[in-house]
Design a protein around this ligand. Structure first.
Ligand SMILES: [Fe+2]
Length: 360
């Protein structure tokens, strides 16, 4: 890495890293100091109140010493900065795993065997979920809380008003259509929650003989198709706030949000689609017309077999799904003795991503 000090403008300095120029403001530098009076050596947390650093702070002198930048500030303190540290701060954290967008033609099903689990295999499983949005893990212990054998290696299960790890089977007084033999259209789970569950762990203890396959679709890929071919619809779905609601005797959950959520850099961050719980909010006829048209096109792409793959889970199979990216559905099933029995657990996004970073 070639590093140079180009100019000292007192309130900032201009540096060159390789062939690019960057301007570093005096307060920014001061706040990033690793001086033992400023940051705790072990936690790296600030010991001073950043908001009280003098606003008129100036850089009296900047010296380059091997891989270290030394700054003397106008408050008569001197601080040292590793060049590699400054470079990482300027360029931001790189994504842990590149995403591979897929459809029916180029998809693969990443498969791993729980019997071979160790840190390396766990890292591969979690990286596959980040890359493809899903992963299939075989040979999960075929018992009621078998899925926890893998989940506990990653982090705590997210609890909701339904509890932690829950049954997915057909029951008489179903509180949700998931708990029936009905087919389920592609959807993401629980957009009426904030934050929405980051990941779904779906363990098959026993599947139905007829039907009961899972369909999954890559929401990021579908959103990219929409952006490319139907830009107006894409603009509508990334700006119109719709509304999702779930209500029973003990819970009343609701959230206002977009079907395609972008981050500050206009990058797709999250997909939501859940026909069963959407309650379209009041808006002008023009806005509603635009929204329903855009949503129809989005749905057309979501259900298109070209964008879907089918997986029929066998006993011991667990699907891990990125609920911010992959839509999932289920075909209708028929059975005689209510045999189909799945267990499902959720995990928060920060827990999963934190484990992925620490295990790497
Ligand atoms: Fe679901």
């Amino acid at each position: 890495m070639k590093f140079r000090i180009l100019r000292n403008k007192k309130k900032s300095i201009v540096i060159g890293i390789n062939k690019k120029e960057y301007e570093l403001q005096a307060n920014w530098l001061y706040e990033h100091s690793k001086d033992k009076l400023i940051r705790d050596a072990y936690t790296n947390q600030l010991l001073i109140e950043a908001a009280e650093i003098p606003k008129n702070l100036k850089i009296n002198q900047a010296i380059l010493n091997k891989n270290c930048l030394q700054i003397c500030f106008s408050n008569k303190t001197t601080h040292k900065y590793a060049i590699s540290y400054l470079y990482n701060q300027i360029n931001g954290q790189k994504n842990v795993t590149e995403k591979f967008l897929w459809d029916n033609k180029n998809s693969i099903i990443p498969k791993y065997d729980f019997l071979k689990i160790n840190d390396k295999v766990l890292y591969k499983i979690m990286s596959a979920v980040e890359k493809y949005g899903f992963c299939l893990v075989k040979n999960i212990p075929n018992k009621r809380n078998g899925l926890n054998e893998l989940m506990k290696l990653i982090g705590p299960v997210k609890k909701t008003n339904w509890g932690g790890i829950a049954d997915v089977t057909s029951i008489k007084k179903a509180y949700d259509l998931t708990m029936t033999t009905r087919g389920l259209e592609n959807h993401t789970d629980n957009p009426y929650r904030f934050p929405t569950q980051g990941y779904i762990f779906l363990h098959c203890i026993e599947n139905a003989e007829k039907g009961g396959s899972n369909t999954i679709a890559d929401g990021f890929k579908i959103a990219e198709i929409l952006k490319k071919r139907y830009r107006n619809h894409y603009n509508t779905l990334t700006t119109f706030n719709t509304f999702f609601k779930y209500k029973d005797d003990k819970a009343h959950l609701e959230y206002s949000c977009k079907l395609i959520e972008l981050d500050d850099n206009k990058k797709i961050q999250q997909i939501r689609y859940n026909n069963r719980t959407e309650v379209i909010p009041y808006a002008s006829p023009l806005e509603i017309s635009r929204y329903v048209e855009a949503r129809s096109k989005f749905w057309e792409l979501i259900k298109n077999p070209l964008n879907n793959i089918k997986i029929k889970q066998k006993s011991g199979d667990m699907l891990i799904l990125d609920n911010y990216r992959v839509l999932h559905g289920r075909s209708e099933y028929t059975e005689i003795n209510n045999r189909r029995y799945f267990r499902q657990g959720y995990m928060d996004r920060d827990i999963f991503l934190s484990k992925l970073k620490t295990i790497n």
